[in-house]
Design a protein around this ligand. Sequence first.
Ligand SMILES: Nc1nc2c(c(=O)[nH]1)N[C@H]1C(S)=C(S)[C@@H](COP(=O)(O)OP(=O)(O)OC[C@H]3O[C@@H](n4cnc5c(=O)[nH]c(N)nc54)[C@H](O)[C@@H]3O)O[C@H]1N2
Ligand SMILES: Nc1nc2c(c(=O)[nH]1)N[C@H]1C(S)=C(S)[C@@H](COP(=O)(O)OP(=O)(O)OC[C@H]3O[C@@H](n4cnc5c(=O)[nH]c(N)nc54)[C@H](O)[C@@H]3O)O[C@H]1N2
Ligand code: SF4
Ligand SMILES: [Mo]
Length: 774
Amino acid sequence: MKKLKVVPNPENPEKLLDLKYTPAKTWAAGIPAVAAAFSDLIEEKIPFRGMRALFSMNQNGGFDCPSCAWPDPDDERSPIGEYCENGVKALAEEATSKRVTEAFFAENSVVDLAQLTDFEIGKKGRLTSPMFLPKGGTHYQPISWDAAFKKIAGHLNALGSPNEAIFYTSGRTSNETSFLYQLFAKEFGTNNMPDCSNMCHETSGTALLPTIGIGKGTVKLDDFYQAEVIVVIGHNPGTNAPRMMTALQKGKDNGAKIIAINPLPEAGLMGFRNPQALNGILGIGEHYSDLYLPVKINGDMALLKAIGLLLAREERRTPGLVFEQEFIRQRTSGAEDYLAQFENYKLEELAVAAGLAIAEIEAAVEILAHKKKIIFAWGMGLTQQPNGVDMIREIVNLLLLKGSIGKPGAGVCPVRGHSNVQGNRTMLINEKPTLQQLDKIRDVFGFEPPRAHGYNVVSAIKAMHKQDVKVLFAMGGNFLSATPDTTFTAEALRKLRLSVHVSTKLNRSHLVHGEEALILPTLSRSDLDIVNGVAQFISTESSMGIVQSSKGILKPVSDQLLNETHIVCRMAMETLGERSVVDWKAYADDYDKIRDVIEKCIPGFENYNERIRQKGGFYLPNAARDGEFMTGIAGNKAAFTLSPVPLNLLSENEYLMATTRTHDQFNTTIYGLEDRYRGIKNERRVVFMNQQDMDRQGFKAEDKVDLFNFDDGIERIARLFLVVPYAIPERNVVTYFPEANVLVSINNVVKESNMPASKFVRIQIRPHQAVVSE
Ligand SMILES: Nc1nc2c(c(=O)[nH]1)N[C@H]1C(S)=C(S)[C@@H](COP(=O)(O)OP(=O)(O)OC[C@H]3O[C@@H](n4cnc5c(=O)[nH]c(N)nc54)[C@H](O)[C@@H]3O)O[C@H]1N2
Ligand SMILES: Nc1nc2c(c(=O)[nH]1)N[C@H]1C(S)=C(S)[C@@H](COP(=O)(O)OP(=O)(O)OC[C@H]3O[C@@H](n4cnc5c(=O)[nH]c(N)nc54)[C@H](O)[C@@H]3O)O[C@H]1N2
Ligand code: SF4
Ligand SMILES: [Mo]
C-alpha cells in the first residue's frame, strides 16, 4: 500500500501534535496564570535575569512592557509588579539566554528551518549577528554590518523609482526610531510605509477621524473607574490586554455594569481573579459581566441598530431621560436622519441577524437606557470585519445619543495591540501622511517629501506580486505570517530582489524571502542600549495617549546587536550619502536630539525632553476627550452616520470563520501550545465548532478536517485541523491566527480601511484527505 505523506509546506507546515482538551474556563487569571508565567522564565533559562527585569517592567524609570499597549496607572504603581502573565511571557521570550548563532545557520538550511512550526522556530532563541542569504543560497551566511548596509544601499539606489521599495513597520518600534525611519523613507522619496496598523486598528482610525475629529480613543484609565456602563465588544481582554481586567474590576467596584458582546464566552469576559490581590490568589472568582451577548460573527451591526431602535422608543416614552438632547442639538450633526432610519428596521429581523433573542437585546437596553456615562471598548472582533468602519461609526452614533463622548467616565476605547503601534502613527509612520504633516517636514528639514500616497499592507503585497516593488525592508514584525493569503504573499515575497528584516528573533519571514535576504539583529525593549558610553532611553505611547520613557536594563545577548535607531541612521547615510540634508550621525549619537526635532514637527510634544523625564510621562492632547470635535463639520460637530445592516447569506455547508489569538501567543510569536482559558492543550490546528453543525456534517470531536475557502474563484486549503466542539453560534467557527491565514483572500478587505477582514472568512469544512507525495 502507498504510504500517505503530507506534502511539506514551507509557508505553513501542516502537522499535528497531540491535542488534549477540557471544558473552557469561565474565569481568567489567578494562580495558574502566575505559575504559567514564571515557568516560562525557567524554560528560557533566565530565572534571575528575568526576575531582575520584571522588577523594572512598567515601573517609573524602567522599561515599557513589550507586549500590549494597555497603559500603566497614572498614580502609584504596585511595588510587587505592574505586569500580567503575558507581560512575563513576552519578557521571557525576548530576554531568553538561548541564542541563534552563526554556527546555527551553518548547520541548518533555510529549507530545513522552514519545516519547523512557528513555535519551534521561536524557541531557538535571540538572533546574534547580521546574516545574509545570497541569490540561490541554501544557508544564511555571516555578513559585517558595513557590508549589510552597502548591500541595502546598492539595491535601493539601483531602483527605477523610490516607490519600488517598501518600508514596513511592526508596532514595537520606539517613537525615536519611528520618526527617523519615516524621515528616511520620505527623504529617499517614498510614502510606501505599510504597518501593522493596516491589519489592526486602521479601521478604528478611519471610523473615528471624520465622526469625532480624532482617530484615537478618547478615554483615560480614570474614565473606566467613573463609568456607569462599560461595553466590551469584539475584544478578549483576559488574553490580549490582561491588565484591562483590573480596570474593569475597579469600574465594577465603583458601580459600573459590564456588557460583553462576543460569539465566544471568553474566560476574561465571564469572570476574573486578580492574581495581584489576595482574594484572587485565594481563588475567589468575580463574575463581572452583568450581561453576555453571544452575538453571531458579524451580527454586531444588527445588534447595535436594534439597541438604537429600542433606545429611540424608550426616549419617546420618557422624553429627555434617555438621550442627551441638548448635546445632540449643539454638538452633533445628522441625528434626524439617523433616527429616521429606524422606520426601515424591524426588531425581530435585527435580532435574527444578530443571532440573539429579543429579550437579550432588551436586557442590554435596560442597562443602557438611563445611563449617560458609557464606554465602548473594542478590538479585532470589529475592526477585522468587512463593515468594521460602519460598525465603529454605529458605536459612535449610540454614544452621541447619550452625550457620552468628551466627558469623564465616557467615550470610545479602541484597545490598541502592539505596545507602541499608536506611537508609530503619531510619529508619521503612515502611507497616507497629510499635506500639513508633509509641509512641516519640508519646513523643518529643508527637503521636499513625496506627496503621493504609498502602499498599505494589502496593496503592498499586490504590488510585490506584480513586481512593481523590488525591495522590502521590515522594521520588526513577521510580514509573511501576519498578512493574509499566505500562499499568495509567499509568492509575492519570493519575487523581491531583496528582503531585509530587522528582528530580535528568527521567524518565518526570514525563511520565505527575496532573491537575496538579510537578517539584521537588534536590541529589544528590555536590553540596555548604550551609545558612546551613555545609557539611552526611548519613548512609547500607550493605547490612551500617554507618552512615557522606557529604559532597558539587561546586558544584550551579543555585542553584535545594533539598536534600531542606528540601523536607520546607517542605512540613511549609506543610501543617501551627500544627497541627504539630515544630520543622521547626530541623531544616532544622542536620542535627546531626535526628541528635539520631533518636538518641532509633531504637535503635542512641546518640551518633549523635559516632560518625558517626568514620572509617568505625559498625555498627548486629545480634543475629542475634552469635548471638542475637530471634524470640520459646521462649528466642529461630531457626526452621526448611516450604515446598512449586512445580509450575510451562507450557502449550504458554508461557515463564517473568525481567526483569533490564544492565550499562549503574541501574534505570530507562539509562546506555547496551550490556550488555557479555552481548554486547549498541545495543539494549534483546531477548529471550534457548534455541536449542531458537527452533527449535521457527521463530525465527532477531534475528527481531522481540511478547511477550504473559494473567494475570487480560487481554492485555498488549510489542511489537517482537529474539530473541537465549543459554545459558539451555529454556522460560525473559530481558528487560530496565523495557521488559518492561508484561507483569507487578499481581496477580502474592510471597506474604507482596506484591512484584511480576518474575522470574516467564508469556509467549508471537509473530512481530511492526506496528500499523496510521489
Ligand atoms: N497575549 C497576547 N496579547 C496580545 C496579542 C497577542 O497575540 N497575544 N496581540 C496584540 C495585538 S497586536 C492586538 S491587535 C490585540 C488583539 O486583541 P483582540 O482584539 O482581543 O484580538 P483577537 O484575539 O484576534 O480577537 C478578539 C475577539 O473578537 C471576537 N470576535 C470574533 N468575531 C467577532 C464578531 O463578529 N463580533 C464580535 N463582537 N466579536 C468577535 C473573538 O471571539 C475574540 O474574543 O491584542 C494584543 N495583545
Ligand atoms: N488572520 C489574522 N491575521 C492577523 C491578525 C488576526 O487577528 N488574524 N491580527 C493582525 C494584527 S492585529 C497585527 S498587529 C499583525 C501583527 O503583525 P506583525 O507586527 O508583523 O507581527 P508580530 O508577530 O507581532 O511580529 C513578531 C516579530 O517581531 C520581531 N520583534 C519582536 N520584538 C522586536 C523589536 O523590539 N524590534 C524588532 N525590530 N523586531 C522585533 C521578532 O523577530 C518577531 O518574530 O498581524 C495581523 N494578522
Ligand atoms: S496588560 Fe499588556 S502591557 Fe500590561 S503587563 Fe500585560 S501584556 Fe504588558
Ligand atoms: Mo494588532
